[in-house]
Design a protein around this ligand. Structure first.
Ligand code: ZN
Length: 380
């Protein structure tokens, strides 16, 4: 519709000027000069009118409307300029010159107005949007050390006093390091104790415990004596509950040397419990089973909530389990390169989240990775 209307309008304009040519094609020179004068007059009127209108323009939008109205493809000046082509050949130059002059005048006026308006706009924005540099800044809230990291650091510090160094090993492990070299052969029922995330590559998995680091450290340090702790994330394909997460931290400990005994194990872990939970803590060692230690022991301490009287946390036993431990199995020593006839060692493993839960009275392990600031801020 719009296109048709445009075509009709153009046809109409042409027809008018065709009419003019019809007249000028006659021998009547005076008539054709009359047409030229008419065009010149129209141009001058338009010039005055346009400049007048431009005076009143005070905004960028209005300026653009002015430009389209006079200089645009269908603007008033453009229509007249087109019509010049319809004049007799002799009259065209003068009319054309005048049209070009008016066009140049209007274009220049437009440029000047545009520059003035943008200057005004800039001045307005500078005054309206200026920044008050004397205003006090918005405070940036400081971050906090995550409670898991904080507990890990406390554990590092306690073991550092006893000469243990931190040793880090990979989170993605092979079946060989995670199980086989730790005395857990393929298809052995003990594997049921570790629900495992396997990768799509055969024999590659997310470590289920930090224990594979024991083998790596022994192979690296042999034949030196070893006293290390191995902290890091572990993964288990387990249902997430208040007590179990599929990802959690573990801190493993390993000591290997020529005269390391169970008494050393008991001394180190009792010292740890008392440094972590208070000098008055009682510690007990309970027979247990791990494939990579022999003998093995669970370590309990008297419940810090009820002091051993019995409560919900200790399930009314008065004791809470804090870690697992044992003397390194001779086969594991051998797998690490140490001769079990000459060397002995002890190992232990604990969950820092569990330690933190006991220490700070946290009831649900899922809080650790839920990223809830109301929880995390409590450890600021
Ligand atoms: Zn208790």
């Amino acid at each position: 519709m719009a296109a048709t209307a445009q075509r009709m309008k153009r046809a109409h304009a042409r027809k008018c000027w065709t009419g003019a040519r019809d007249v000028s094609d006659g021998t009547n020179a005076a008539t054709s000069v009359g047409w030229r004068d008419k065009v010149l007059e129209e141009l001058q009127q338009l010039e005055a009118k346009a400049l007048d209108a431009l005076e009143g323009v005070t905004a960028i939008e209005a300026l653009e409307a002015w430009r389209i109205g006079y200089l645009g493809r269908k603007g008033e000046l453009t229509v007249i300029v087109r019509s010049v082509g319809g004049l007799p050949a002799a009259e065209r130059p003068a009319a054309g010159r005048e049209a070009n002059r008016v066009k140049a005048v209007l274009e220049q006026a437009y440029e000047e107005k545009a520059a003035a308006l943008s200057q005004q706009e800039m001045a307005r924005r500078l005054s309206d949007e200026c920044i008050d540099v004397t205003l006090p800044g918005r405070p940036v809230e400081p971050g906090y050390i995550h409670v898991s990291t904080r507990t890990l650091r406390e554990i590092y510090a306690i073991f550092a006093e006893m000469g243990f160094q931190v040793y880090e090993s990979p989170e993605v492990e092979t079946d060989v390091f995670n199980f086989q070299l730790l005395n857990i052969p393929l298809y052995h029922p003990a594997r049921d104790m570790w629900s495992t995330f396997h990768t799509t590559r055969e024999g590659v998995l997310l470590r289920t415990h930090t224990s594979p680091g024991q083998i790596r450290a022994m192979r690296e340090y042999y034949p030196e004596p070893i006293r290390i702790i191995l902290p890091g994330k572990c993964y288990r394909y387990e249902q997430v509950t208040a007590r179990h997460e599929s990802m959690f931290y573990q801190v493993e400990g390993l000591a290997v040397g020529k005269h390391v005994t169970m008494a050393d194990l008991k001394g180190v872990l009792t010292q740890f419990a008392r440094k972590m939970f208070g000098a008055e803590r009682k510690v007990r060692f309970r027979c247990s089973y791990f494939p990579f230690t022999e003998p093995s022991a669970e370590v309990d301490m008297d419940c810090i909530i009820c002091g051993g009287k019995g409560c919900r946390v200790c399930k009314n036993t008065g004791w809470v389990e804090i870690l697992g431990s044992g003397m390194v199995h001779p086969q594991v020593l051998r797998n690490g390169g140490y001769d079990p006839q000459v060397y002995s060692g002890f190992a232990f493993g604990m969950g820092p989240e569990r330690i933190a839960m006991l220490k700070y009275g946290i009831e649900d392990i899922r809080y650790f990775f839920a990223n809830d600031l109301r929880f995390l801020r409590q450890f600021a």
